[in-house]
Ligand binder design. Structure first.
Ligand SMILES: N[C@@H](CCC(=O)N[C@@H](CS)C(=O)NCC(=O)O)C(=O)O
Length: 218
């Protein structure tokens, strides 16, 4: 049977999410590299798959799927991994809630720090302290919601890692470079550094020092 194809550049948030998530799920796939830095995701060939001109995208036979969280939900159901994406009605509703929250609120807030502290230095531009100060208010509010959740649970949805953990960790994946103010949220910090970052699927999906001036200068 033909493997699913995942079009992705693992340096980006939503691609690392999908690559780590597929590994957690144990879904076999073929990786097709789409180079984010050279703008391959804006070319006609890729946009025929994903008209949003954003990565990732998945192709499985006649199914073409974009939206990273939809890809993880599909892959977990396809291989029947009920640990990574439980089928219990209420647990699944809880996970779906976090996936939607990640995509609608959390990603956008974390992304501001990625742009200010990682992308701008790559372009020889200065981070804007005002933009960061404004975002700090939103980010701390959202991080506080996660911190409260993780004060009572080892993982986002209970006692074991699910696709919700991978989805929520992904926007923070370069947190030392993004300079996310994690110190104020000890449970979130502990979950990220002692749990998510020690998962084999997370370690295997790391592609180097990432979005840093050091990497581009090398
Ligand atoms: N909601 C989409 C967001 C995809 C997205 O924004 N991907 C980024 C990389 S993390 C991208 O390709 N952005 C286009 C660009 O920066 O030109 C998903 O979860 O797949």
């Amino acid at each position: 049977m033909e493997l699913m194809k995942v079009y992705a550049d693992p340096i980006t948030v939503n691609c690392r999410k999908v690559l780590a998530g597929l590994d957690l799920i144990g879904a076999p796939y073929e990786h097709v590299h789409v180079d984010y830095f050279t703008g391959q995701h804006k070319g006609d060939e890729y946009m025929a798959l994903n008209p949003n001109a954003s990565v990732p995208a998945l192709v499985d036979g006649d199914l073409v799927l974009w939206e990273s969280n939809a890809i993880l939900m599909y892959a977990a159901d396809k291989v029947g991994n009920h640990a990574a994406y439980p089928t219990d009605l209420k647990v699944r509703a809880d996970i779906n809630r976090w996936l939607l929250w990640e995509s609608s609120s959390w990603f956008g807030s974390c992304y501001v720090y990625l742009v200010e502290h990682c992308v701008k230095p790559l372009l020889a531009a200065e981070p804007d302290p005002q933009v960061i100060a404004v975002q700090d208010v939103t980010w701390n509010k959202l991080a506080g919601i996660l911190d409260a959740r993780l004060a009572r649970h080892d993982w986002i949805a209970g006692d074991a890692p699910t696709i919700a953990d991978i989805a929520i960790a992904a926007p923070m994946h370069l947190h030392p470079y993004q300079k996310l103010p994690l110190a104020q949220h000890p449970h979130l910090h502990r979950w990220m550094t002692e749990r998510v970052e020690t998962l084999p699927c997370w370690e295997r999906s790391f592609v180097g020092e990432g979005f840093t001036t050091e990497r581009r200068a090398a």
